[in-house]
Write a protein that binds this ligand. Structure first.
Ligand code: APR
Length: 232
């Protein structure tokens, strides 16, 4: 009997209990920084050092953070289901918790790339990128992160995978940033859909969803138990 396919769409909220700031909550990242200055091509053009500093700080914080109960519960689900994590997060906490099938829609902090040739991507772990650090084409290295106004290369692949899901789980995302937020519309209409978030997320057809109105750590653990029981 083939394993059922669970697709999980995760956002900053799943890493909140690992100590990493979300974007739009109170003391969210965008309270302290201007998106245009630190996460846009114009910001990079105007002041690359300020952009590098912003991501160097976040890269260090992510490297020092540990996966939490939610990341781990999702990783264990792979024992019983085919699991794909479609994450908007640029940290590697899903991978470090043991998830083996993670698709990063918005890039990854631990990678850098040539500012000229986006195919020249290198692993930098938790190291900072400095002005003057160059890729093999001699161009300045930049964070391998999708900035506002840039294309989301993996969006089609993610949509195709969600269209094949048997179960859809959304956790820790305000669903306000497109095109990522549009992915929920690709799920087959009749499959079970769960959303884990202490707040009320922006869903169009709320009646199709079961809302675990709690933090990811408890919500994901409870849902994982329920799903495991249902297949036994
Ligand atoms: N457990 C679960 N959900 C939580 C928790 C928690 N402990 N804490 C906060 N949340 C929820 C919030 O209620 C909110 O709905 O997580 C969501 C975080 O939303 P955002 O801060 O908007 O983060 P996200 O949706 O991932 O942002 C999407 O925006 O800035 C861009 O590229 C960036 O990938 C990011 C994208």
């Amino acid at each position: 009997m083939p394993k059922k396919k669970i697709v999980v769409i995760s956002g900053a909220g799943i890493s909140a209990e690992s100590g990493l700031a979300t974007f739009r909550g109170s003391d969210g990242l965008w309270e302290g920084y201007d998106i245009q200055e630190v996460a846009s091509p114009l910001g990079w053009e105007n002041n690359p050092e300020r952009v590098l500093e912003f991501y160097n700080k976040r890269r260090k914080q992510a490297a020092e953070a540990q996966p939490n109960k939610a990341h781990k519960a999702l990783a264990v689900l792979e024992d019983h289901f085919e699991v794909l994590i479609v994450t908007q997060n640029v940290d590697d906490l899903h991978e470090r918790a043991g998830s083996t099938n993670v698709l990063h829609l918005h890039g990854e902090l631990k990678k850098a790339r040539s500012e000229k040739d986006e195919s020249l991507v290198i692993d930098i772990g938790s190291d900072p990128i400095k002005l003057g650090d160059t890729a093999e084409d001699g161009a300045q290295l930049r964070p391998h992160v999708v900035w506002f106004g840039e294309m989301v290369p993996m969006i089609e692949v993610a949509a195709e995978e969600i269209a094949k899901a048997d179960i859809l789980v959304v956790v820790g995302t305000s669903l306000v940033v497109y095109p990522a937020a549009s992915l929920v519309e690709y799920a087959p209409p009749k499959i079970p859909k769960y959303i884990i978030d202490p707040e009320e997320p922006q869903l169009f057809n709320k009646k199709e969803w079961v809302h675990y109105k709690e933090k990811a750590g408890t919500g994901i653990s409870k849902l994982a138990e329920k799903l495991k029981k249902e297949i036994n």
